[in-house]
Structure formats: structure tokens, C-alpha cells
Ligand binder design. Sequence first.
Ligand code: GLY
Ligand code: MN
Ligand code: MN
Length: 462
Amino acid sequence: MFSAKTYRNRRAALTKKMNTGILLFLGNVYSPMNYKGNPYHFRQDSTFLYYFGLDQPGLVATIDPEEGRTIIYGDELTLDDVVWTGPQPTIRSLAKKVGVTEVKTKAQLTKYLQAINPINRRVHYLPPYRAANKIKIHEWLNKPMGAIERDYSTDLVSAVAEQRSIKRAEEIKELHNAVNLSAAMHLSAMRATRAGLYESDLVAVAQGEALKKNSHPAYGIILTVNGQTLHNHHHDQQLKKGQLILADMGAESPLHYAGDITRTFPVSRKFSKKQKGIYQIVLDAQLAVLDALKPGVSYRAMHLLAAKVKVEGLKKLGLMKGDADAAVAAGAHALFFPHGLGHLIGLDVHDMEDLGEDNVGYDETMTRSDQFGLAYLRLGKKLKKGYAITVEPGIYFIPELMDQWKKEKKFLEFINYKKVNEYRDFGGIRIEDNVVITAKGYQLLGDPIPKTIKEIEQVMKP
Ligand code: GLY
Ligand code: MN
Ligand code: MN
């Protein structure tokens, strides 16, 4: 964990904004996979980690800014527990490490919250994303289940989102660490690639790389020869010469900050001419965006910049035509680029998505577009120094989408469907890096990971 001072400072900054009511933070509990005693890998709630640092199930915390009291609630292990888990540090001793001296039991928490009259004092909580925590709020605050998601505190969401969006030096260090762990996953997969293996062979190698370092993937690994399917979590395909592998995978740092990296590389270890053509366009789009990043520019503008570079490149290859600005304004590029350019990254891969994408990625100056493609952009608002973000342009050939648009005669003035059809089996290419916005531009998170055609072929050289 970070120092007690870090957590104290974070809580102090929060209570400057949230100075009335009671702030309630729910940690996570084990989630059963198929029965209670066989749970999924435990992942602590990220906001709980941010303010309280403690990485174990069954904890809750409250801050009462009016009385100046911060309390962590949890039940110490019984001797029976110790028989199964071995001796563990007490919650009291752990709480001290994050600057909290008051520790109470969960029964005391229930009594405390149930005694609060909501007319006099508001209990502020964040949108719960796990059923177990919704049930607890239901019991503690005597709220109907249906009202729990609706009644979250928008004030607390805004305060937390604003604070967690700006990454401080100690967090940036963690993010560097996470990206370097993620890079090791990618390099191992690239080096292990051989026709005849299965996607799952490479997943095993990459995941093993994270596990070896006592890390864990930050999200479900995407490693597929069907990169055109954006979130493809199947790993059952055999690798064939001529195919491209799209690998989107990242690891968590020791304090659970995420890396989110994508590389696309050829099964044959060398890109074909056709693959090079598309790859270079995606890379050009990413480099153009990186070049333009700085505080004050909106991420929607960056998304549209990436789209324009792609249209210009696709025009050169004969897949698109017409005026690039008009094509982007109309949304014609979304046939090839149906997702957003990126998102905030931090303790969550899609940082704070649990607080509501629009609460985090948009504000009063920028509302989300409903145009196909642009509508999936998770971060649209202006960038600030300290934002950590992903930059992840891609070009995909999605046969179902191509056929539908062609049938509808959509954007005939911008899309050359005959030529596009020659790429039916191409798959998809995405290149994703993580950066932090600095006063004048950006800093790459982690050491550079091979990404030019030459660099990737070099890594993959037998
Ligand atoms: N790893 C999912 C994403 O790039 O957003
Ligand atoms: Mn990704
Ligand atoms: Mn991403």
C-alpha cells in the first residue's frame, strides 16, 4: 500500500468537498463461482482501495466529515478462521497503516446506519455494481432494492471522479509498473507465436508471464485471430499462416493499477503487404493523436483526428473516397472504426466506469454523441494534466457490418464496397498504448513496447 499520509491526504481532499452527511464506502466480498466456498479471484473495490488501501474482503468504511470521524468496519478472525487461513494481521493493525485508528465490527456498522434518520442526515454512497453490496445497502438504509441504483450520491460521484481522474506521482509509478508487466505479457506471446499453435497456447504464455511476477491480468485477455470481433474472449482457434493476432491484454501493478495494451502481429512473423498497408494507417492515426495530446484538447477531437487520418489512409488504398472531413462528420469511418479512441485508466482498466461512463468521461461542456461509433467513446471531455488515458485506434473488417451497410447503400459517396469486400477475411488491427497527460503534452506509461512493423518483425524473428 501507499503511505498512511497518502490515504489521509486523499480523504482530507474528499471531505473538503463532501463536508456534510455520512460517506459510506463498501469494500468487496468474495463472489461465489459455483458455490460459496469456491469463489472467483478476489478483487477489492477500486474506490475502497483509493481511500483505504486495504486489500481484503469484508471491509466497509465510513467518513463522517461533520464529526471528523473515519471508521473501518470488519470482523477479526476467529480461531476457527485461523485454522483455515493461518494467522493474519488484525484489521486494527492494517487500518493503522492507512491512517485510520477507529475500527468497529460489522454488527456495529449495521446498528449505526440503521439508526440514522435520512431526513436529518444523508448517507452518501457510490453506485453499487455487485448484488451483494446492493443487498447490504438495502438492509442498512432500509431502501427498496429498486431505489438503490437510482439513489446513489451524485455529489459523491463527482467528487470521487474528479479526484481519482488526476493521477499523482506515486500512482503514475504504479501505472508505469503495470504497463511494463503488460509489455512482458505481449513480448512473450509475440515470441511464442507459431502456426499450428492455438490462441490458448499464447494466452497461457502471456498470462503465465503475469502470474510469474505475482501479478494478475487486469481484465479478460483478448487474444484472437478474429480481431474484428471487438471483445472476443474465445481462445479456441488454431493459428494459421497469413492470419493476424490481435492481443489486448494488461496486468495489474502490486497496488492494482491497470495496464491496457494492444498489439497486433502476424502468425507468419512477417506482415503481408496488405496487412502492412492497414497496419501503417492505424499506427499513423495513433502517432497523430499522441502528437496532439495536451491539456485543454478534448478527447472527442482526438477521436475525430484519428478517424480522419484513417479515412485519408483508406482513401489511398481505395477503400474510401470523397472528402475526409465530410466522411468523418457523417460517421462513415465507423464501418472500420466502430469503437472509441480510448478511456481513462487507473485502478480500473476503464477507470471508474462503475461511477457511470457519462459522469466520468463527459461534463457540462461535452455530451455523448449518439452517432454509431462515436457513441462508444467513453471519454469525450477536455484533457487535464494528470489524466492517464489509453490511445487505441483500430481498423476492423466486420463482415456482418459491411454486408448490412452495403445492403442499406449507406455512405455510397464515401465507401467503395467492392474494394472493401476484398478485405472480408482480414480481421482487425488495434494498437493501444497508455499515457499520462503532462503540462505540455504527454508521457508514455511504461517503457516503449515494439509497435512499428519493423520492430514487431524484429521481436518475432525466429
Ligand atoms: N481492454 C479493453 C479496452 O481496451 O478498452
Ligand atoms: Mn485494451
Ligand atoms: Mn482500452
